[in-house]
Design a protein around this ligand. Structure first.
Ligand SMILES: NC(=O)c1ccc[n+]([C@@H]2O[C@H](COP(=O)([O-])OP(=O)(O)OC[C@H]3O[C@@H](n4cnc5c(N)ncnc54)[C@H](O)[C@@H]3O)[C@@H](O)[C@H]2O)c1
Ligand SMILES: O[C@H]1[C@H](O)[C@@H](O)[C@H](O)[C@@H](O)[C@H]1O
Length: 335
């Protein structure tokens, strides 16, 4: 197969990281074009990585020498750019969230379904992280019995003052929404989001941290703490409790030391370090799947289901009450 020619839209933190990944660590793929309203940022990256700049993201999607697209623009730009990818029949790896709300996410699912081929993969990279995949295999093996509970912790060192309460649900908690659906093999039927008195590190009105409880359709439950201004470092943990045992991941990436009355190791600064291997595997497998005219990871439906849960989560956040998730019937939508 000839090399997959990739265009990247949005080259901020994540898009620039993916650009380096395509150029330096992905086989069978080549970066040909980038697009970003920050022209200087796009120019700098493009000249460093020998790609070209296309000012208009929709023109990049339509370009004849772009076989596939990585969307790393902010979530509010995804819907329009996804529809353009579908229109041009271009496979797309779309960073989460799929779109900003359940209704537009469902429209994306329906538009893709009409085409009769899966072109959209969503960037829920935990599904490619070696620790998460080992946990998934262990749970699926049945060795520990039926999974009953999932405890999740998701902490970021810091986020700018513009990172509002709803973004903590839609941009951060959405990862654990997908993890719970994937690890427990069930949709989330009800969500409750609580918030304690916020950390003094955030502006008035921002609810950080948040604590959510997911009730799964199969009777299991999951909880998640999301704290995006933890100040210390990046920490993502998950413990599954099953009938005959439990398993925890995310405790000790790297060397753990015992010295001077302390036990521990280094903490990564952010997601690019903690999930570096997951992103590499995600992108490599996506490139190979596109060559087979397939996707190999979270689908548009997974992006939509997560959006529907987050929408219910936002409603719960404002009242503290449980909110039932309004999810379309999968069979009716996808046949
Ligand atoms: N999977 C993950 O772990 C992970 C990690 C970080 C970010 N993300 C996702 O990646 C996306 C980008 O996040 P980021 O942290 O890189 O943000 P960022 O702010 O660092 O970068 C976003 C870039 O998009 C550009 N942009 C703004 N509007 C645009 C538009 N309409 N079209 C194209 N580009 C536009 C900005 O100029 C900026 O360069 C978001 O969807 C975010 O949720 C995912
Ligand atoms: O967009 C980012 C990204 O998804 C990270 O993986 C997550 O830890 C952050 O909370 C979020 O803001």
């Amino acid at each position: 197969m000839s090399e997959l020619r990739i265009g990247i839209i949005g080259v901020g933190a994540m898009g620039a990281d993916h650009a380096e990944r395509i150029v330096r660590r992905t086989s069978g793929a080549r970066l040909v074009a980038v697009s970003d309203p920050d022209a200087a940022r796009a120019e700098e990256l493009a000249s460093r990585l020998s790609a070209r700049v296309v000012a208009d993201p929709l023109a990049l999607i339509g370009a004849r020498d772009v076989d596939a697209v990585i969307l790393a623009s902010p979530g509010f730009a995804h819907a329009e750019q996804l529809f353009a990818c579908l229109e041009h029949g271009k496979p797309v790896l779309c960073e989460k969230p799929l779109t900003m709300d359940a209704a537009s996410s469902l429209q994306v699912v329906e538009a893709e379904h009409k085409l009769g081929r899966q072109l959209i993969q969503v960037g829920f990279m935990r599904r490619f992280d070696p620790e998460y995949t080992a946990l998934k295999q262990l749970l699926d093996s049945g060795e520990l019995g039926r999974p009953l509970l999932l405890h999740n912790v998701h902490r970021n060192k810091a986020n700018g003052p513009g990172f509002r309460s709803e973004m903590i649900v839609r941009d951060s908690m959405v990862h654990e929404v997908d993890v719970a659906r994937w690890l427990l093999g069930s949709e989330i039927s009800r969500i409750t989001v609580h918030a304690p008195k916020p950390t003094s590190a955030v502006p008035d009105g921002v609810l950080d941290p948040q604590f959510a409880v997911f009730e799964m359709a199969n009777g299991a439950m999951a909880d998640v703490e999301v704290f995006v201004n933890f100040q210390v470092g990046y920490e993502v943990r998950c413990e599954a409790v099953a009938e005959r045992g439990s398993a925890t991941i995310g405790l000790g990436a790297g060397v753990l030391t015992r010295a001077a009355g302390h036990w521990g190791g280094a903490m990564p600064e952010d997601f690019r370090i903690r999930f570096d291997r997951a992103y590499d595997i995600e992108v490599q497998r996506w490139v190979e799947a596109v060559g087979r005219d397939e996707i190999d990871g979270p689908s548009a439906w997974d992006g939509y289901a997560a959006a529907a849960v987050c929408e219910a989560g936002l409603a719960s956040l404002s009242t503290g009450q449980p909110v039932t998730v309004d999810l379309a019937d999968r069979q009716a939508v996808l046949g």
